[in-house]
Write a protein that binds this ligand. Structure first.
Ligand SMILES: Cc1cc2nc3c(=O)[nH]c(=O)nc-3n(C[C@H](O)[C@H](O)[C@H](O)COP(=O)(O)OP(=O)(O)OC[C@H]3O[C@@H](n4cnc5c(N)ncnc54)[C@H](O)[C@@H]3O)c2cc1C
Length: 378
């Protein structure tokens, strides 16, 4: 049965495949969006999403096969951060009208979503957020600043946390709002990271009017909803990521051979370590999907997976750059860079992995307190 499903999926990915990515950021985004629309229209998108919103509603086993085949076909994912984080949150906490209005366009990438949670003084301590939303009839008026919002420069909707309670209301005064990124009063400024790209942005919100119908859940109950969001953020793409690293570990072994290091026992031992760790990644991801299928939420175990995966990708790229020796410092602009500097770029990019979606320290706290049952951090 699983084999038949795999064969069908493989054939359909091949039939509708968008071809190789074009060069240039804008062309690549259009290529990605066109694929997302095609995928929904041909029943190839949203493995865990309900069918009525464009998804496939697959069983656990089928989701595993889907992740393997999507990675094999090398089809792009959905741009922005909505599908893995806001999507599951709306499926669980949204009204019927919100689900009907928002989910399918999100999956088709007709509308791109970005997350606006973090603020200059509220990252790990997210309940300290200060962006305010004051109710005025049938809308809220939002004022404040968000930061590190991935893909906000291409987003149409910012799924955000805002303060509707008093300044000291903590977790009990937070509301989940969907802000139109093109509304008057919204300013989005890309921030450059150390790879030279602008993957995230700062956002200024100045008297932005947001209709009450864009609130997910009740007023001041946003924190409980966010727990769904954060769990899914840590779980999002774990299986796809595991499949992706299956390929990367093989490519790393090829690199070791090409650099004449494949007989070095230390290099061999490290490669074996990464191959084993990649298997652990897959199993962690499968365990998390099983929890989502059974309980509707990935639960605190998503922190275990997230911590493991982020440390894995950092260590893998550190090793790759070591393997390259002095040319490991050259980036894609240098003609002597190996494979157009991809390993160097991965090394720089993965520095941020143990910060985004909760830092490694915060994941360790969650694992200690909510998985292992150790006493709370004072
Ligand atoms: C690549 C990337 C993408 C991101 N994308 C988004 C996005 O799309 N949307 C969004 O809203 N945010 C996003 N973020 C922001 C991210 O969620 C925050 O950077 C993160 O939560 C940490 O917050 P902070 O930067 O304010 O650091 P801080 O919270 O100020 O932490 C500083 C240091 O103190 C440590 N620390 C803090 N509290 C504790 C504690 N209780 N115990 C132990 N150590 C602690 C931290 O681990 C860290 O080392 C992204 C970040 C990155 C790097």
């Amino acid at each position: 049965m699983a084999d038949e499903f795999r064969d069908q999926l493989r054939a359909r990915f091949a039939e509708h495949h968008p071809g190789p990515p074009p060069k240039g950021r804008e062309a690549r985004l259009e290529w990605q969006r066109a694929w997302c629309a095609t995928a929904v229209d041909h029943d190839l998108a949203g493995p865990s999403w309900p069918r009525e919103y464009g998804g496939l509603d697959l069983s656990f086993e089928e989701q595993v096969v889907y992740a393997e085949e999507a990675a094999r076909a090398r089809v792009p994912g959905v741009p922005g951060t909505g599908v893995g984080i806001a999507g599951p949150t709306i499926i669980r906490h949204g009204t019927a009208a919100q689900k009907a209005r928002l989910l399918r366009p999100m999956l088709r990438a007709d509308v791109i979503w970005a997350q606006g949670y973090s603020e200059p003084e509220a990252g790990s301590d997210l309940p300290a957020l200060r962006t305010t939303a004051l109710r005025d009839g049938d809308h809220y008026v939002v004022n404040g600043q968000k930061v590190w919002s991935s893909s906000a420069d291409i987003a149409d909707i910012l799924f955000s946390l805002v303060r509707t309670g008093g300044p000291d209301s903590g977790r009990d005064g937070i509301t989940y709002l969907l802000i139109d990124a093109h509304a008057p009063g919204v300013t989005v400024r890309p921030l450059r990271d150390m790879t030279g790209d602008s993957g995230f942005c700062e956002i200024f919100l100045d008297g932005v009017e947001v209709p009450v119908e864009n609130r997910i859940g009740e007023e001041n109950r946003g924190w409980d909803i966010t727990r769904t969001s954060l769990g899914h953020e840590r779980a999002a793409g774990a299986l796809t990521q595991a499949r992706f690293y299956d390929r990367i570990v093989r490519e790393l072994a090829v690199l070791a051979r090409e650099r004449g290091r494949a007989d070095d026992p230390i290099v061999r031992q490290r490669l074996a370590h990464f191959a084993g760790a990649q298997r652990v990644m897959s199993l962690n991801a499968a365990r998390m999907i099983a929890t989502i299928v059974q309980e509707g939420e990935p639960g605190p175990g998503s922190s275990t997976s997230r911590l493991f995966n982020t440390l894995f990708e950092q260590q893998l790229h550190e090793f790759a750059v070591d393997l390259l020796g002095p040319v490991g410092v050259l980036d894609r602009r240098d003609p002597h860079a190996v494979e157009r500097g991809r390993w160097t770029r991965g090394f720089l990019r993965t520095r941020a992995s143990t910060i985004g979606a909760g830092t490694a320290e915060i994941q360790r706290n969650t694992i200690a307190e909510r998985v292992l049952g150790l006493p709370h951090d004072a």
